[in-house]
Design a protein around this ligand. Structure first.
Ligand code: SAM
Ligand code: DTB
Ligand code: SF4
Length: 324
């Protein structure tokens, strides 16, 4: 579906119960009803990033108190990935605080080796390494990568107010390389960065215009980081989050919608509503990349009280293929 902004506004502004009734109907048509995918995140290269993204703890432009670290080796990453699988994750996502990666750089070789090894564990493997081109995307695909995460984060107009060291168009170019390599695209955004509801729908409009559509759409709520320009931004209204998730579910029925950063500031009831409205994945583990996440015991208890099951491991079922 390629909805216009007008159509998105119409869907989004329906009375809330009508909206979530429709998004639930769409969800039940495309997905197993009581299943949530658990994903584990690992920051394999933390801090010291050259970019000035106004929300990010890892930007070298801001004094966030984060300790800069070197790239983790394949041997260091593997046991973390093993544990993630044992704990029930079916997707393992590795993030690096880089502007981008270049073929021939030893750091990129290390990442390829890590992807090769992690992909043998029977989970979906995703990385988020910043900008890349056709060659790097092809090599990642050959190494066994499932998906590449590269968020557009907000509307094209609002993006300029958040980042100055790269452009919205740069983001789309990287997504183009990822698509040409036959990798699945994981692309979403952040809400609560001072944008308005139209900006959020413009972001959805761009996501729907991607061809093929993203396989995965993370919806992050801004986690305010001390020292960044967005540190004092007020939290979003939870019903705006639910509306955005429901609208995304309706217009991107086949995408995994991931209730991502910021869950530790949402009540259990708010999370339940987001899951009912169409989110079908969460990041699982005490930490996101650098920010905190609800503890695994709390998440297990939440899923149990809602009667939801983690998606079964891939030893019991085939992995989804890229829809290119
Ligand atoms: N450097 C890579 C990039 O920019 O694509 C990968 C890492 S970056 C941390 C991945 C995504 O995490 C961002 O695009 C953003 O959506 C999300 N993120 C980062 N910091 C966040 C924060 N403080 N609150 C919410 N989401 C955040
Ligand atoms: C995404 O959209 N959210 C995840 C994943 N993609 C890489 C990252 C969230 C990061 C939250 C802030 C932090 O941990 O520093
Ligand atoms: Fe760097 Fe990515 Fe953070 Fe931007 S979001 S500062 S590119 S790590």
């Amino acid at each position: 579906m390629r909805p216009t902004l007008e159509k998105l506004e119409q869907i989004y502004h329906r009375p809330l119960f009508d909206l979530i009734q429709e998004s639930r109907r769409v969800f039940l048509e495309f997905w197993p009803k009581n299943e949530v995918q658990l994903c584990t995140l690992l920051s394999v290269k933390t801090g010291g990033c050259s970019e000035d993204c106004g929300y990010c703890a890892q930007s070298a432009h801001y004094n966030t108190g984060l300790q800069k670290e070197r790239l983790m080796t394949t041997e260091e990453v593997l046991p973390v990935a093993e544990r993630a699988r044992q704990n029930g994750s079916t997707r393992f996502c590795m993030g690096a605080a880089w502007k981008g990666v270049r073929d021939g750089d030893p750091k990129f070789e290390t990442m390829l080796e890590t992807v090769r090894e992690v992909s043998k564990l029977g989970m979906e493997v995703c990385v988020t390494l910043g900008q890349l081109g056709d060659i790097e995307a092809r090599k990642l695909k050959e190494a066994g990568l499932t998906a590449y995460n590269h968020n557009i984060d907000t509307s094209p107009e609002h993006y300029k107010k958040i980042v100055s060291t790269h452009t919205f168009k740069d983001r789309l170019n990287t997504i183009g390389s990822v698509q040409r390599a036959g990798l699945s695209v994981c692309c979403g955004g952040i809400i609560g960065m001072g944008e308005n509801e139209t900006d959020r729908l413009k972001m959805l409009e761009v996501l729907c215009s991607l061809d093929p559509e993203p396989e995965s759409v993370p919806i992050n709520c801004l986690t305010p980081i001390e020292g960044t320009p967005l540190a004092k931004t007020p939290p979003i209204d939870v019903f705006e989050l639910v509306r955005l998730i429901a609208t995304a579910r309706i217009v991107l029925p086949k995408a995994k919608i991931r209730l991502s950063a910021g869950r530790d500031r949402l009540t259990r009831e708010a999370q339940a509503l987001c899951l009912f409205a169409g989110a079908n994945s969460i990041f699982y583990g005490d930490k996101l990349l650098t920010a905190s996440n609800p503890g695994v015991d709390d998440d297990r208890a939440l899923l149990e009280s809602l009667g939801l099951e983690p998606q079964a491991p891939y030893s019991d079922q085939p992995q989804p293929a890229c829809t290119l």
